[in-house]
Unconditional design. Structure first.
Length: 624
């Protein structure tokens, strides 16, 4: 099979920070690959290099000649004054360039340039480009094409960027966190699209259901090297553990040998050093290997939870609207002790607004929330907080507390506490501005949890966090001795944590569902199938009744004449359509090409209409 992407001896560093060294891998035609690694391992840097936005220090990135590539950045940017449609024409793709050239030549008066531009449009099948953009935007639930980018939510901007990428039908798709800011409906649409597509794909995502259902291969960046697993995410989990155990066993053997070699080095007389140079070189190689132990736990969270009483909160007749959009309408709810609630729903349904009402950041139009006296909220917001980029990591934590109380008489210094969150000493003294997006989110999580809350409110906590951090956070939340409200589009994360859902359906319609997201999804699909089956059964009954009524009369003289001529007319239209289809490929004049295409569309409508009428009359003729 053709290698659509070849990575050869690639090395990248930023100052003293080496991301990866002499890595090699390839992606063949049709292969769908997930890229995994801890935050700061260099995943986004690698994606930027594949997309040609940055250059490696050394090595080569080879994309097969003629392959169309599409890149969805983690945080796409458009000019705020652009409309949605203008943003979709800003990609600079080959088709967009062809359209711009055609429009310029049309007003230039240069007939040769106009003919050449038209031929390019034909070759790229670019005539219906705007229609295809609107079609894909519609699939992504964006219908206001003249709305300005500055007026869109983060999720809507992500969808515009996604449409911009997909419209060009890339053969190699590069996606960096494609599910961030997308609601569950859009994630499932994209999952279905990518599963059915034959394109080649490399993507970074923390959504493990998304990863497992789409990708056939997993590539992991670990300790500046690449490990390739030819299987889905579930296969990767199994084989990664085997690799770590084998590595640690080998490292243990190297450590034992290292201790013996260390003794020999210390006894080595200086005068004999030149005679044992090869052994000394081997010692230093062994020293490096002995240090290379993989710690699979990596991050531990064991924090004290302050006492929480029996009364948590009660919502009493709460209503909230924005303009004509209803979020809550006479909403009532009593939250239980140790309850773990998940909140799901499409973007704009009011999930984040509900949290802000609960936390008294937004006032309800009517009603109120009655909060228990012992409740100590810890709020992890979707937008996060703005750290001072010139502040060191350790200082951001020390500004909250010098010492963190773990309970049972255990305490940690700020430096020790950061070590539990995968911030080694050298990272702690880095400036926050040098951290990756995922590392800043992890630092934010650290500052929320270190305050020992007994009620956690987490709004999209999985965005930008690596899978290892998510595994540890999941374990912490499962054992959290307090209350939890979780808003997340990460189905895997939601399934592992929550015991029931509030489903925001829009227009203040809210359903309390007793189960996790997969339970809800199964219930919803089953209900829809049963409803559809019932509707088909009812439609069938009505059709039978209607047909019985129609069969009670014979064809009139006029209907009989119409029935006899319809079959001949259908055959004539079919022949005209066939003749046009045979010659349309040889038409060079753009205007004529457009007219003939329009005629084919007209003929299809005529044939469909006459065929339906023929069927209707044939039933009367057969059943007089």
């Amino acid at each position: 099979m053709v290698n659509v992407l070849q990575i050869e001896n690639l090395t990248k560093s930023y100052g003293d920070l080496l991301l990866f060294n002499n890595i090699n891998f390839s992606i063949v035609e049709g292969q769908k690959t997930g890229l995994i690694g801890i935050n700061g391992a260099g995943k986004t840097s690698l994606m930027d290099m594949i997309a040609g936005k940055t250059l490696p220090d050394s090595g080569n990135i080879v994309i097969h000649k003629g392959i169309r590539t599409g890149y969805l950045e983690q945080n796409p940017q458009f000019a705020g004054e652009m409309t949605v449609m203008q943003a979709c024409f800003s990609s600079g793709s080959e088709i967009v360039q062809a359209i711009e050239k055609y429009e310029a030549s049309a007003v230039s008066g240069n007939s040769a340039a106009f003919a050449e531009a038209g031929a390019k449009m034909d070759a790229l099948e670019a005539w219906d480009y705007e229609y295809r953009i609107k079609q894909i935007l519609g699939c992504l639930n964006i219908f206001d094409f003249d709305r300005k980018i500055s007026e869109l939510s983060g999720g809507q901007v992500k969808r515009v960027a996604l449409a911009n990428v997909l419209i060009n039908e890339p053969e190699l798709l590069v996606l960096d966190e494609p599910t961030n800011h997308l609601d569950l409906e859009m994630i499932e649409w994209l999952e279905d699209y990518l599963t059915r597509s034959r394109l080649s794909l490399i993507m970074v995502t923390h959504d493990r259901y998304f990863l497992d259902r789409i990708c056939s291969d997993i590539i992991e960046i670990d300790n500046k090297q690449i490990y390739h697993y030819r299987g889905k995410y579930s296969y990767y989990i199994e084989k990664r553990q085997e690799r770590i155990e084998a590595q640690n066993s080998e490292t243990e053997r190297a450590s034992n040998l290292f201790r013996k070699e260390l003794e020999w080095m210390r006894r080595q007389p200086q005068a004999r050093a030149t005679k044992a140079k090869s052994r000394i070189d081997a010692f230093y190689a062994l020293e490096e290997k002995a240090k290379n132990r993989t710690d699979s736990s990596q991050m531990k969270i064991g924090l004290k939870t302050s006492h929480i009483g029996k009364k948590i909160f009660e919502a009493r007749h709460v209503s909230k609207s924005f303009d004509n959009v209803k979020i809550l309408n006479d909403f009532n709810y009593v939250f239980s002790r140790y309850e773990k609630m998940g909140i799901v729903g499409n973007n704009g349904a009011g999930k984040s607004t509900f949290l802000k009402l609960l936390l008294n950041e937004t006032e309800p139009d009517s009603g109120y929330f009655d909060i228990g006296e012992t409740v100590n909220f810890g709020y992890y917001s979707q937008s996060g907080i703005e750290f001072d980029r010139n502040m060191k990591v350790i200082d951001a934590v020390r500004n909250i507390a010098e010492v963190v109380d773990l309970g049972n008489g255990q305490k940690l210094s700020a430096m020790q506490f950061l070590g539990h969150f995968m911030f080694p000493p050298e990272k702690q003294h880095n400036y926050i501005g040098k951290l990756s997006g995922g590392e800043r989110r992890r630092l934010y999580l650290c500052t929320v949890l270190m305050k020992n809350p007994n009620f956690l409110v987490l709004d999209e906590p999985t965005n930008d966090l690596d899978i290892i951090t998510l595994n540890i956070l999941e374990n912490y939340l499962q054992n959290f001795n307090g209350c939890l409200i979780l808003v997340s589009h990460d189905r895997y994360f939601m399934d592992k944590i929550v015991d029931h859902l509030l489903v925001f359906k829009g227009n203040a319609e809210i359903k309390d569902f007793p189960g996790n997201y997969s339970d809800y999804r199964y219930w919803k699909e089953t209900s829809e199938k049963e409803k559809s089956a019932a509707e088909r059964k009812e439609t069938g009954k009505n059709s039978e009744i209607k047909r019985d009524k129609v069969r009670k009369r014979k064809l009139s003289f006029k209907e009989q004449r119409e029935f006899e001529t319809l079959e001949q007319e259908i055959a004539l239209h079919e022949k005209e359509k066939y003749d046009i289809e045979q010659t349309i490929g040889n038409i060079t004049d753009t205007g004529e090409l457009y007219r003939q295409s329009e005629r084919i569309s007209e003929l299809l409508n005529i044939i469909d209409s006459k065929t339906n009428r023929w069927i209707e009359l044939s039933e009367l003729a057969v059943y007089p």
